[in-house]
Design a protein around this ligand. Sequence first.
Ligand code: SF4
Length: 477
Amino acid sequence: MSDSDARRYIVRTYGCQMNEHDSERISGLLEADGLVRADAEADADVVVLNTCCIRENADNKLYGNLGHLKTWKAKKDGRQIVVSGCLAQKDQDDVARRAGHVDVVMGTHNVHRAAELLDEATRAEAPITEILEAAVIDDHAMFPSALPVRREHSYNAWVTIQIGCDNNCAFCIVPAVRGAEISRPFADVVAEAEQLAAAGVTEVTLLGQNVNSYGRDLQLAARRAGDESAKLRPLFSDLLRDVGAVDGIRRVRFTSPHPKDMRPDTFAAMAETPAVCEHLHYPLQSGSDRVLALMHRGYSAERYLERLSQAREAIDDLAVSTDIIVGFPGETDDDFADTLDVAAAAEFDSAYTFIFSPRPGTEAAGMEADFVDPQVAGERFQRLRVVVERSALRKHEARLGRIEEVLVEGPSKRDPGVVTGRTRQNKLVHFTPPRPLRTGSYATVRVTRAAPHYLAGDFVEIVSEPTHKLRIPVAAG
Ligand code: SF4
């Protein structure tokens, strides 16, 4: 069958990197089943909505999109709609009930079944809802990267090291929709990095909800099986060192660590492994101990700052980004003042700041009596932004005149003549090269301008050209 006869699919992704990587798996599975990617919904036979329930009004947006897709589906015979991801996991049968024209509803634990479920729905000529409550104990089923993948960028790749989360942050739905923490076997992670490097990938991002606790479950399982030598579990730091040692991998990143599990051995591995980038995403969430306790975060502001200074001592030229929630239920003016103080003391390079909004199904959503007035939360948000932007600008100004190595991401969104790259510290740098540079090239740039959210500079030279193919199919197994 030629590509022109093949059925076409499109995947719309909402939410986090874990979801984006799941979308790559879904795409890989559909392509392994003979489907071809469509550029637009109008050309597609299958639309997959890979949903997220973290964002505000996620439900309304999903059902709004599904309303629009009902018209799309009616325009051509054989069109199918798949709803996957966290919102599907949470809402389960509700999706089929509220949108009967959806063909397949699947949860976060059965992404590996995407192609099969679509085939089953076609054969049965009826909608299917399949939500598994927990991950299937089968490596291919569990770990996104162990399935065929259609990589969205071919010079960099996400590598899943862990799924689920054992914590219970009061604002977060992840433990409910992604289940308990399960670590991927160490050798499999390294083998995938090797495979990727052989295909020309030079940057990998290790992905997990709480990467520092990587291996805890592997150790427990080995001990239960009577292996006493398993008391030294493979640590996240070991993984950083081994992935960093893979020939061809020039940059290793990771997301997200949890401050309560951050350990000096991770800082040492970052400092001693040249490929591991000097960037730490270190989610603060609040600077008030009282609010941190309400959130069940498991650390105090003092502990957070202490570990941050250990990290900075250990790792030269470390950039630090964070997440902060403003207006968590019960947050008082004093609590917020603590957050401002900690944010100022931490001197972040950048921060993702959010105004709290309740996510159905989370503990915090039930704390209505303590919700902060939206206007107050909005004012606090602006004040926090000023503090974060002040330190971000200071950090960026300190880089003026330096020559930075950037990994080219492509033309800038605003001006196609300008190229955007990313430094090891994860800073965006805009510059104008004398000739077009391929995405995935490494170049050096002299920094000439600093703004709170980016740098700009003059092209110096190309360091290396990319070797990746345009698309990297990763075979299962
Ligand atoms: S650590 Fe907390 S915020 Fe992160 S995924 Fe787990 S429960 Fe959610």
